[in-house]
Design a protein around this ligand. Sequence first.
Ligand code: FES
Length: 197
Amino acid sequence: MIELDTIKPYFEGKEDVLGEILGRYPDYGRRSAIMPLLWEVQRAERHVSEARLEEIAHIVGVHATEVKGVMSFYSTYHEQPVGKYHLQICSTLSCSLAGSDEMFDFISEETGLVNGETDGSGIFSLQKVECLGSCGTAPVLQVNDTYYERVTRSSCKELLDALRSGEMLEPPRERGGDNEGAEKPKIGSEQRVGREA
Ligand code: FES
């Protein structure tokens, strides 16, 4: 196990960030901050290492196994670094019926990755995930925090090409929420992946 004193703590020098997160909860509910603290670390480091996990446990006053339990319950947290662009393809029924298996195969072919893999240059990680909660706009591809819905073969290709050049395209506004406020070039979406109309 990595000792905390060999690595600069993530929240050292980020007291304002830490204070803002902890301030959302009363002192007696400090363990509620586990998830936002994990998220803060993961956003910055693309995974949560053992040392960060221990740091968070120390901050909220619980045992590291409790933090690890939270992490392992949610597929959104990663113990190993994921690529700059984490491609998550919903493989649950609605998306599967709408062509997500074909979308996965297409992305796998394009990136040369199999499920759960990250490429050598750390650009893409590919992962099949369970329902992303947007079944009405299947098939859904999530890239980092952003949802791309009703993805088509052509829009998928367009997106991958843009990501390769470091550009996140703005998704069509289907559900708002996570995608609100994005100021990015729009992705085209005329046809479904594997079900070209
Ligand atoms: S089945 Fe894919 S978002 Fe629900």
